[in-house]
Design a protein around this ligand. Sequence first.
Ligand SMILES: Cc1ncc(COP(=O)(O)O)c(C=O)c1O
Length: 387
Amino acid sequence: MLAERILAVQRSPFYSIMELAAKKGNCIYLQLGEPDFTTPKAILEAAKKAMDEGHTHYGPDRGSHELRQLIAQKIKKQYGADYNWEDEILITAGGQAGLHIAVMALANPGDEIIILVPYYPPYLVNTTLAGAKPVFVTLRSEDGFIPDAAEIEKAVSPKTKALIILSPNNPTGAVYPAGVLKRLVELARAHKFMIISDEVYECLVYDGLTHTSALSFPGAKEHVVQVNSFSKTYAMTGLRIGYVAASADKLLQFLKYHHTVNISANVPSQWACVTAMKGPQDSVEEMRQAYQKRRDLLVKMLNDIPGVQCNTPQGAFYALADIRELGIPSLEFAEYLVQEAGVVLTNGSGLGYEGFIRVSYAADERKIEEAMDRMKKAVLKMKSSKK
Ligand SMILES: Cc1ncc(COP(=O)(O)O)c(C=O)c1O
């Protein structure tokens, strides 16, 4: 009775890890894909005020005028790109909806979508739902998981409709250099495909680096769809607001999809986003600094575990650690860690990348420390039982 397109989507094995963890109890969760910080007070107050003042009806389908104006100004100021707030910005139910809309509205069945591996799993799910064919390009830890435009070009065919990129990256933490992004935009222009540029972690870069948007290059507007979000920057995942920036002709088509599924994005949450953008950005910077400290602690402790090796990620809040030396599949290892140590993390195989595990540092230092101590003991036990 169900459609083939949904049956073709695999249920993530990760659910079985979560079920194991629930049974085990007293677990430390380092699989988190969301900030553990409380949403800044001014943002919460704005959402409450909007509800108290009766802003609880449908909003404009493309999103609040004020919010779209602020986003267009931000894009101009931060990335030097001109986007017209009236018809080139669409407010969505998180970046997740933006991704889905972009893939569904761009790809025909049979088209090819290039996905960089390891990947954020919804890229593959959206590609499958659109009936498109994923074409994988595998990145290497030796290259810091930075894509090579020449290798991507080899994967391009006349059927290529889009390339999905993500910087700062989940799960690798890589921040793509401006030169690489520029080359990718040039490729898209030369071979006439679209880049869906997921930039939801744009504010989470460390070590003095800055994020470059794919929007900032000449000719990008015709070839780039930027998917962005308020979720990670302002620790407001539950308020569900993101946005898409694209040329007016494309955005008009995206709107059909958005309107059919959502009518408009959550209205009180959009008021909260206006406050978030207009107010001081101190809390964003405080959270960023806290993540950097946590990252340093996590990477140091991961590298102190025999058989585990981890490079320092420069963005987002994930570390992708190499466990190949342990000689155990990543799902099995993740299950073992839950059962033996009560530590929950993500198996790389679920992200298309066997031999690695993803550890999130969107958790406080005490939890990270305790989890890494437990993980080290569990790994030592596993090693000694193999002897
Ligand atoms: C890479 C990436 N893109 C998009 C999203 C979607 O986030 P949201 O829908 O909360 O904006 C996430 C969430 O984890 C993510 O990691």
